[in-house]
Design a protein around this ligand. Structure first.
Ligand code: NAD
Ligand code: MG
Length: 396
């Protein structure tokens, strides 16, 4: 038997975490789960522990530790239960761990993911907010510590697969002219501005092609998800904003494309199922089965494409703006978006107010350089405070 790769899954109880464990369970000869983390869904984490028998489980609140530990002990497991941000960093950096799946949502994932990078792990990155808020520092740390960074986001995974293996962040050297990130357009692709005024959180979370966590579902509905992905691509592939184009493709069959200078365009296609990029990154450079049905092109029959509408979806333009401004702007954009999306999901602001709050936060926070992690965390906190103050001024 080959030596099994030892795995930590940060955000195991979420949509990406569950898909990751599904792939892992199909290959118990290759992967061994060492640590699982979840925030509040302790029952889901308990069931995952029963199945995968990790050495560590991490919950969000210290108050949940004793209960989960007792239940696991009664089930005959020796899993050690920990809580809080320091425990997330610890299980991401364990010396025995080879691979870390970074699938926490939002800024909360930054420090645990960095902890894995600093130990030179193979890091499978779903948590795109990490690159949006701290792209320059994160990529520098990947390089310094010799970590292997593999993109899980389906678009970036598709681009990665469509680039030459010796790409090394050099588009000109590889003959790459630009990349095309596909976007489904989300549930409101055809909605008028008037209709967008009154959409509810549940309508925003009903994505036509993908079943995802609620935050990224709202991001998909505003197209901020694509905006975050433009910034993510800038860092992963060392591209300028002009080299990153967004194309609406409602079927989500083409997961993204690379345009070369000779006119060739390479793409990765497949059914919209995150287990494909997860399996790819787990096994890279090999390939393993993911439980995904083969693509049936005649059944799909037609693929459509259109240009994005920056008027109905101003969040996409805001992300390009933040990328061009540089400095703290993407960190501010990400923080304001997290605050605004949470307020929308809580029913405190209408859908169209999300973009307004992000724009006003970008206007209010001066552009500053971000020399280190402390500066990044300070910018994140300051932008959240500005966005919250703006929220409180919103008419209900
Ligand atoms: P989700 O909401 O389903 O799961 C989030 C996970 O993070 C859960 O395990 C939760 O317990 C954990 N978590 C949340 N807040 C936390 C905190 N403060 N501290 C510690 N843990 C916390 O989200 P998801 O859809 O699985 O997305 C996860 C990440 O992957 C996001 O960054 C998202 O943008 C990205 N992503 C998701 C998909 C998808 O199909 N779901 C696709 C591409 C990228
Ligand atoms: Mg994506």
């Amino acid at each position: 038997m080959m030596t099994r790769q030892k795995l930590t899954v940060l955000g195991a109880t979420g949509s990406i975490g569950v898909s990751t464990l599904d792939v892992v369970a199909r290959h118990s000869d290759r992967y061994e789960v060492v640590a699982l983390t979840g925030n509040s869904r302790v029952d889901v984490l308990y069931d995952q522990c029963l199945q995968h028998r990790p050495r560590y489980a991490v919950v969000g609140l210290g108050a949940d530790v004793a209960g989960l530990a007792a239940r696991l002990r009664s089930a005959g497991l020796a899993t050690e239960v920990l809580a809080g941000p320091a425990a997330l960093e610890r299980v991401a950096a364990l010396p025995e761990v080879d691979v870390v799946m970074a699938a926490i949502v939002g800024a909360a994932g930054l420090q645990p993911t960095l902890a894995a990078v600093r130990q030179g792990k193979r890091v499978l990155l779903a948590n795109k907010e990490v690159l949006v808020m701290a792209g320059a520092l994160f990529m520098a740390e990947v390089k310094r510590h010799g970590a292997t960074l593999l993109p899980i986001d389906s678009e970036h995974n598709a681009v990665f697969q469509s680039l030459p293996s010796n790409y090394a962040g050099n588009p000109a050297g590889a003959g790459v002219s630009h990349i095309l990130l596909t976007a489904s357009g989300g549930p409101f692709l055809e909605a008028t501005l008037e209709r967008l005024q009154s959409v509810t959180p549940d309508e925003a979370c009903a994505h036509p092609n993908w079943a995802m966590g609620r935050k990224i579902s709202v991001d998909s509905a505003t197209l901020m998800n694509k905006g975050l992905e433009v910034i993510e691509a800038r860092w992963l592939f060392n591209l300028s904003p002009e080299q990153i184009e967004v194309v609406i493709h409602p079927q989500s069959v083409i997961h993204s494309l690379v345009q070369y200078v000779d006119g060739s365009v390479l793409a990765e296609l497949g059914n919209p199922d995150m287990r494909t990029p997860i399996a790819y990154a787990l096994a890279w450079p090999e390939r393993i089965a993911a439980g995904v049905a083969p693509l049936d092109l005649p059944a799909i029959a037609r693929l459509g494409f259109e240009r994005p509408d920056f008027v109905r979806f101003p969040c996409l333009a805001l992300a390009y703006r933040a990328l061009r401004v540089g400095g703290n702007a993407a960190t501010v954009l990400n923080a304001a978006n997290e605050v605004a999306v949470a307020a929308f999901l809580d029913g405190r602001i209408p859908f169209l107010a999300i973009a307004g709050i992000i724009a006003a936060t970008l206007d209010a926070v001066p552009v500053r350089p971000m020399p280190d992690l402390a500066a990044i965390l300070a910018e994140d906190e300051a932008a959240r405070a500005v966005a919250i103050a703006l929220l409180e001024r919103q008419p209900a």
